[in-house]
Each structure stands twice: as structure tokens, then as C-alpha cells.
Design a protein around this ligand. Structure first.
Ligand code: HEC
Ligand code: HEC
Ligand code: HEC
Length: 381
């Protein structure tokens, strides 16, 4: 090394050591500080959850349930929902609501009652469920032989005969020997693929896989020797019979009435038997008049059973005596007075979009709704 050149090495080393000391000192300070910040953040998050709980209890419980288990609104305390949905999404759904469902927009920006801070609070409250949220099973499909029978009677019976007993256009499917020697996989493939060259259509391109499973459930019951009634909708069949008579096709009308009689009971069945007799006596005008009157009162329900359903499903919003609450008064109610039974059932299946009146499709059966309508009629003058 040349003696005349300045030696910087010393300074470099001193500089390096000083830098390290500063970095180390800063880290010590920084660790302390970050612990302090973490505590502050935890406290802040706890307060958020606490405030969120209060908002949830006041605004959301009526639809989403006290523990987020769901009701008129979806379940929120659900492991897969929480795992797959970021806070930002939950936040924005609450802010803007879900159009054409009952989920209102909550943000002041959209005319709701909550500030953005409130919505962050309630989002934090919902998020806090995640560690303990239960896994909610999606509703799974259960094959159903009476649905299968409905499909069979309306789609296959033209060729395979009523109850699958065969006709000129197709072999019997409900045939004990054949059923015993062939398994469900064979039936399922035969129905799906068909034998187009031999007059058996290819149903796999027409029917949904679930519908073929319903048909296989029917095949299963036939194999066991069980007689299956088709899940006919009497409401639809009354309409079809009226249509057939208006088209001057009394044979088809008689078929619709016969089908309706396999499922109708009580007073409804009595009236339908009268219609069948009128058709048999060629009194088509009389049959049309009886059917039209029946359609106006259909479905006929049991008011006592309907009262129990009301207490469970409707009382929270419409009041114990139908005096009203979240929803309008039911006793008396002009809309009910002016609407025929079948349309009221339809209304309750569908609900009224954009309001807290959710549809009951999937929650109440047609029979239960008929009972409910009969009950609501007892409250009208
Ligand atoms: C009047 C009934 C009603 C009220 C009150 C209500 N919700 Fe909803 N909420 C619903 C319905 C119905 C849905 C499902 C909408 C759909 O079909 O997508 C829903 C959906 C949601 C979703 C989306 C869930 C998902 O599966 O993606 C969140 C989050 C939510 N609500 C939070 C809230 C919060 C928070 C409140 C209270 C501030 C609240 N809701 C109040 C009816 C309601
Ligand atoms: C247009 C008339 C027609 C319709 C409609 C029809 N099939 Fe067929 N089907 C036939 C004919 C014809 C055969 C016999 C073909 C042959 O000769 O191999 C057959 C055969 C079958 C077989 C095999 C029977 C056996 O024992 O070999 C099954 C199972 C079957 N059909 C089920 C159905 C189902 C279920 C439906 C309704 C979704 C249906 N078919 C609708 C005409 C029809
Ligand atoms: C979550 C609250 C809620 C529940 C539960 C509920 N409703 Fe409603 N219902 C409402 C609201 C809100 C309306 C008014 C909708 C509107 O603004 O048009 C309504 C409207 C109605 C109407 C129309 C009344 C009119 O004057 O237009 C009928 C009928 C009705 N509900 C019957 C029922 C029956 C029966 C049940 C039980 C199966 C039921 N509701 C359950 C909230 C509810």
C-alpha cells in the first residue's frame, strides 16, 4: 500500500460498527414498540367485535339468527362461508345489500342506518365466529320414488303404460322377473342411452341426472313390489283439466281428473269424484263449472294445522294475533280477502322480492301452505 494514499479502512470499520449499533438499538426499540402496537391492535379489535355484537343483535338477528345460524337470511356462522369469504367482501355485501333479495343495503350511502365504521365493527363480529364455526352441510339431493313416478307417468307411460305395466308402444318396465335379473346400473344406462333405433328415446340428453336417479328410486320400489303414487300436483291438474275441457277434449280432462284423484283427499277428492261422474255422463258443461268453482277455492286446507304453522313461521313478523310487526297486520288483511287460495299459496312460495317477506319454497309444503291459507281465512270478516 502506498503510504501517501489516505487509509480509509479504519473509518469504514468504525462506520460499520456504528451502523450495526444503531440498527441493533433501533431493533430493540422496535420490538418493544411492535409488542405495544400488537396489544393496542388486539384491544382495538376486541372493541370492534364488542361494538359489532351490539349492532348485530339489534339489526341482523331477526333474519340471520341469534348465533348466525340463519333463518329468513343465510347462515353466517358457517365454516366454509367464513373460510372462503374475505372481510372486504362481507363488508361490501353488508354495505350494499343483495339486490332483489331481502338483504337490505345497510350503508348510509345507500340509505341505510350504518356508518362505514359500524359496518367494519359488525364484519369483525362475524369474523370472530370463524374459529368455532360449524360446518353446515349443503342440502343434498335425495332420490325420491314418488317424484320418479310423477316423471314416469308424464313422460314414459305413453309407451310403457300406467304404472309401467306396458302398452303396445313399449314393454312393461314394472315386471318382476326382469327387475330381479337386472341391476340399477343397467336401468340407469338403458334409460340414459336409450335404444333409438328401436323406439326407446335417449333420455340422458333430455333429463337431468337427478331425474334419472328419481326414476331409479322408482325402479327400486317396483323391484320391492311397492306401489308408488306419483307426486301429482292437484292444483296443476285442475288447471289442466279445465284447459282440456275448454279445448273440447273431455278424454284428456278425464285423465287429469283420474290422476288428481290418486293424490287428493277429503272434500277435494269428493268434488273430483263428482267431476269424474259428470264427465262419464257426457255432462262436459257441468264438469267445467264444478272444476272452475273448485279451482277458485283450491287448495282446501285444515285451519287448525295451519294455526300451528303460523305460530312457528309467521308470528315473529306478523304478530301472535295477526296484529302486525315487521310485516303488515293479517287480521284483517285486504290482500288476503281479495286473493284466491291458489294465488295466496303461490305468493307464500315466492314471497315479495326486495322485502322481508321471504318465499317459503322449500321450507313449507303445498299442503302446509293450504292449511296456512285456511287459517288466515278464519281471521277475515
Ligand atoms: C330482512 C332480512 C335480513 C336482515 C335484517 C339482514 N339480512 Fe343479511 N341477508 C339476508 C338474505 C335473505 C341474504 C341472502 C341473500 C342472497 O340470496 O344472496 C343475506 C345475506 C347476507 C350476507 C351474505 C352471506 C353470503 O352467503 O354471502 C351477509 C354477510 C349478511 N347478509 C349480513 C347481514 C348483516 C351484518 C345484517 C345486519 C346489519 C343483515 N345481514 C341483516 C337477509 C337479511
Ligand atoms: C316413444 C316411446 C317410449 C318412451 C316415451 C319411453 N320408452 Fe322406454 N322403451 C321403448 C321401447 C319401444 C323399448 C323397447 C326397445 C327394444 O325393443 O329394445 C323401451 C325400452 C325401455 C327399457 C328397457 C326395458 C327392458 O326390460 O329391456 C327401459 C328401462 C325403458 N325403456 C325406460 C324408459 C323410461 C324410464 C322412460 C321415460 C323417461 C321411457 N322408457 C320412455 C319406448 C319408449
Ligand atoms: C321476516 C319477517 C316475515 C316473516 C317471517 C313472514 N312475513 Fe309475511 N310479510 C313480511 C313483510 C315485511 C311484508 C310486507 C312486504 C311488503 O312490503 O310488501 C309481508 C307481507 C305478507 C303478506 C301480504 C300482506 C299484504 O297486505 O300485502 C302476507 C299474506 C304474508 N306476509 C303472510 C305471511 C305468512 C303466512 C307467513 C308465514 C308463513 C309470513 N308472512 C312470514 C314479513 C314477514
Amino acid at each position: 500500500m502506498n503510504k501517501n494514499e489516505p487509509n480509509y479502512e479504519r473509518y469504514v470499520i468504525v462506520g460499520l460498527v456504528l451502523t450495526l449499533l444503531i440498527v441493533a438499538g433501533f431493533s430493540f426499540y422496535w420490538f418493544g414498540e411492535s409488542a405495544r402496537l400488537t396489544h393496542a391492535a388486539e384491544d382495538f379489535a376486541k372493541e370492534r367485535v364488542h361494538r359489532g355484537r351490539a349492532i348485530y343483535t339489534e339489526q341482523c338477528v331477526s333474519c340471520h339468527g341469534a348465533d348466525g345460524e340463519g333463518g329468513a337470511g343465510t347462515a353466517l356462522n358457517d365454516k366454509s362461508l367464513l373460510k372462503n369469504t374475505m372481510d372486504a367482501i362481507i363488508y361490501s355485501v353488508i354495505r350494499s345489500g343483495v339486490p332483489s333479495t331481502q338483504m337490505p343495503a345497510w350503508s348510509i350511502d345507500f340509505g341505510g342506518p350504518l356508518t362505514d365504521e359500524d359496518i367494519k365493527d359488525v364484519t369483525a363480529f362475524i369474523r370472530a365466529w370463524e374459529p368455532t364455526a360449524p360446518e353446515i352441510e349443503p342440502i343434498s339431493f335425495e332420490p325420491d320414488s314418488s317424484r320418479g313416478a310423477l316423471l314416469f307417468e308424464t313422460t314414459c307411460a305413453v309407451c310403457h303404460g300406467e304404472n309401467g305395466l306396458g302398452s303396445d308402444d313399449g314393454p312393461a318396465i314394472n315386471d318382476a322377473l326382469r327387475l330381479a335379473s337386472l341391476d340399477n346400473d343397467w336401468y340407469s344406462s338403458t334409460i340414459a342411452n336409450g335404444r333409438p333405433a328401436k323406439g326407446m328415446p335417449t333420455w340422458g340428453t333430455v333429463l337431468a341426472p337427478n331425474q334419472i336417479e328419481d326414476l331409479i328410486a322408482l325402479v327400486d320400489d317396483w323391484r320391492e313390489g311397492i306401489k308408488v303414487d306419483a307426486a301429482f300436483s292437484v292444483t296443476d291438474l285442475i288447471g289442466s283439466a279445465i284447459f282440456s275441457l275448454e279445448e273440447e277434449d273431455p278424454e284428456s280432462a278425464a285423465l287429469h281428473v283420474t290422476r288428481a284423484l290418486t293424490v287428493a283427499d277429503g272434500t277435494g277428492a269428493e268434488v273430483l269424484r263428482n267431476v269424474a261422474a259428470q264427465l262419464l255422463a257426457d255432462d262436459n258443461t257441468g264438469a267445467l263449472a264444478t272444476l272452475t268453482a273448485l279451482q277458485e277455492q283450491w287448495p282446501l286446507g285444515d285451519p287448525v294445522a295451519g294455526g300451528e304453522i303460523y305460530s312457528t313461521y309467521c308470528l315473529p313478523c306478523h304478530g301472535a294475533q295477526g296484529e302486525g310487526g315487521i310485516g303488515p297486520a293479517m287480521q284483517p288483511n285486504v290482500f288476503i280477502q281479495e286473493t284466491i287460495n291458489a294465488d295466496l299459496v303461490e305468493f307464500m312460495l315466492e314471497g315479495r322480492a326486495g322485502t322481508a317477506m321471504a318465499g317459503f319454497d322449500g321450507r313449507l309444503s303445498e299442503e302446509e301452505l293450504a292449511n296456512l291459507v285456511a287459517f288466515l281465512r278464519t281471521w277475515q270478516p
